[in-house]
Design a protein around this ligand. Structure first.
Ligand SMILES: [Zn+2]
Length: 244
């Protein structure tokens, strides 16, 4: 990073820092996840402080002094403000869950433009509310698992490696992932995946829009994926905003 850089980014979180400043975590298009300071950001008249708020998508001007880990935000211009999310608690919960996954599953200073663009698109879809937030979130969950090396394999059983026959009742287990109809019975805990649900997960994974869905099954799947992540990512204790 040279001294002055411009990048678009999603604001993940914001904390008070010293008497007058804020420290924020951003997921940016050009530099991945970074921390940055908004000097004077706690003041009511700080223009930058008002723009830099979680869920907002912002064009940043960053000032970087060599060998300093935290950047300084010297300019910020709003690109997208999720106006509809702010008056709907339930959608807001899922939008914050997107931010949490981004924060937990990425490392500092590692850019991934596909992940950036996908995350930006999901926040915009959630704000547009043409589909239930659960469905949009599930699509995102499968996408970010794939982008960060935890892809859920759908084609073969994770135990016997035989091809999954979708017309049978298969299973999903938090430790192993997808299990065929025979192997699923080896485990006490698994989520049943009948053909209809299997096809829906598959569609979400490849980014297709679902024509019909079973919302309670989708919610169970979100919980199963969360448990899968808890098992595989050290220090991850679940998605806090979904526990509210
Ligand atoms: Zn099997």
């Amino acid at each position: 990073m040279s001294q002055i850089e411009k990048t678009e980014g999603i604001v993940l979180s914001k904390l008070d820092y010293s008497d007058s400043s804020k420290i924020v975590s951003l997921y940016t298009e050009e530099f991945g996840k970074i921390s940055a300071i908004v000097k004077g950001g706690r003041g009511k008249n700080s223009k930058v402080g008002l723009v830099v708020d979680p869920l907002n998508i912002v064009n940043f001007v960053l000032y970087n002094k060599e060998q300093r880990e935290v950047q300084l935000i010297s300019g910020a211009e709003m690109v997208f403000y999720p106006v509809h999310l702010h008056d709907d608690f339930d959608s807001m919960k899922y939008a914050y869950a997107v931010l949490e996954l981004l924060k937990y599953l990425t490392v500092e200073n590692e850019a991934n433009q596909r992940l950036y663009r996908g995350s930006r698109k999901i926040l915009q879809l959630m704000d547009a509310k043409q589909e239930p937030s659960e469905i949009i979130f599930l699509k995102y969950f499968l996408f970010i698992l794939q982008e960060t090396g935890f892809e859920i394999q759908m084609d073969t059983c994770s135990i016997c490696h035989k091809e999954i026959q979708k017309e049978k009742i298969n299973g999903f287990n938090y430790e192993h992932g997808m299990l065929c109809s025979a192997c699923k019975n080896l485990y006490h805990t698994f989520l049943e995946i009948p053909m209809e649900l299997f096809e829906q997960i598959y569609s979400l994974k490849v980014g297709k829009r679902l024509k019909n869905y079973n919302l309670p099954a989708m919610k169970k799947l979100i919980i199963a994926l969360e448990k899968f992540l808890k098992f595989h990512v050290q220090g991850f204790s679940g998605i806090k905003s979904l526990q509210m």
